[in-house]
Write a protein that binds this ligand. Structure first.
Ligand SMILES: Cc1cn([C@H]2C[C@H](O)[C@@H](COP(=O)(O)OP(=O)(O)OP(=O)(O)O)O2)c(=O)[nH]c1=O
Length: 203
């Protein structure tokens, strides 16, 4: 018997990458952009930060539903890049992107993505995260400048996109690739199982 997806999913995100990633699981979903406050205390760990922000994004959409869509599962997500214990978010401008890439080049950094699921029927939530180690090649200043000029880094944590031109900057990764792009699909499918949404039939 096919007992795949039983409940609608709402992706609480403005990110086109997350939309593409969840679509690749062939799940039916709607997108409601979430505009949660993303300020966090500097002393928070990356694990705390991405999990709390993922939950805030999902909660902001949940609160806006006002009792509609009770069947839905709301999914929120947040990604940061961490180097030497410091969280690198999205660059403020091109100079900031160049600075970030100059620090990341030739080094290993860690990407954290938090995922939150909320059951709109009863408000029950589940939050987890994944981490992936990413080794960036050594890059010249000219290469970094040329990459920043492509415009790709502007809305990406750590100022690069592994799924785009930025793939040419990455030597290797250890862990979930989709976690780096912004939505760890293996983790998400496990979390959705707990809410009765199955990517594949389960016996
Ligand atoms: C490291 C890396 C990050 N990113 C992206 C994923 C996220 O979209 C973004 C980090 O910013 P986030 O604040 O996690 O997400 P967002 O603002 O883009 O979207 P949302 O509305 O869901 O909050 O960086 C890539 O696309 N590729 C990469 O290789």
């Amino acid at each position: 018997m096919d007992n795949t997806q039983q409940r609608p999913i709402i992706l609480a995100s403005t990110s086109p990458r997350r939309k593409e990633l969840i679509a690749s699981l062939h799940l039916a979903f709607d997108v409601i952009p979430s505009h949660a406050n993303e300020d966090t205390p500097p002393e928070w760990t990356p694990e705390q930060t991405v999990q709390e922000l993922a939950l805030r994004k999902a909660l902001a959409v949940y609160r806006g539903l006002e009792g509609r869509e009770q069947e839905a599962i709301i999914v929120g997500s947040d990604t940061v890049v961490v180097l030497d214990g410091e969280i690198l978010g999205k660059p403020l401008d091109e100079a900031d992107a160049e600075r970030m890439l100059s620090r990341l080049q030739g080094r290993v950094h860690r990407v954290f993505t938090g995922v939150a699921c909320i059951d709109a029927g009863n408000g029950q939530s589940l939050v987890h995260y994944r981490q992936t180690d990413v080794t960036m090649k050594e890059l010249s200043d000219a290469t970094i400048r040329a990459y920043v000029q492509t415009g790709e880094p502007s809305d990406k944590a750590g100022s690069y996109a592994i799924q785009g031109i930025g793939a040419s900057l990455i030597d290797r990764i250890e862990g979930c690739y989709f976690n780096v792009v912004g939505l760890p699909l293996s983790l998400l499918s496990d979390m959705l199982d707990g809410f009765g949404v199955h990517v594949l039939p389960r016996t």
